[in-house]
Design a binder for this molecule. Structure first.
Ligand SMILES: [Zn+2]
Length: 134
């Protein structure tokens, strides 16, 4: 089974050239200290304009697929187009199809938690840790 490419707002922001690796590291450091949302921190630090943030969200929606069964996320740009199987037995569906909105509203309707990096308890790596997350 192939490894599941992770996705996060920061990763996509870097991919589309909206921020530099330096910007990203600075914002991630700030998030570690005081928490919060990476997108908001990047904007606050002046590394990202609100317009560019919109472009990053667009790219994020295109690249992100979510398992309807377990909620794992993946980066479809880094996996085979036909490979939509999640290790839980579920299927990855494009993020856009999981959001009940149309056009530009989709970008505002993204759950902010989806834009963040995933926590370790839904990692594909390591032993299967029983998650009681409902
Ligand atoms: Zn799954």
């Amino acid at each position: 089974m192939s490894k599941r490419p992770r996705i996060s707002f920061g990763k996509i922001a870097l991919r589309v050239g909206a921020v530099t690796r330096e910007d990203l590291e600075k914002a991630r450091a700030a998030r570690e200290q005081s928490g919060g949302n990476l997108e908001a921190i990047l904007i606050e630090q002046g590394a990202l304009s609100p317009e560019l943030a919109t472009s990053v969200r667009e790219a994020f929606v295109e690249a992100c697929a979510v398992c309807e069964n377990c909620g794992r996320r993946t980066d479809v740009a880094e996996r085979d187009a036909d490979d939509v199987a999640c290790r839980c037995g579920g299927t990855f569906v494009p993020l856009e199809k999981t959001i009940d909105a149309e056009g530009s509203d989709v970008l505002d309707a993204i759950d902010p938690s989806l834009l963040q990096s995933e926590l370790d308890d839904i990692s594909d790596e390591g032993a299967s840790a029983g998650s009681d997350e409902g």
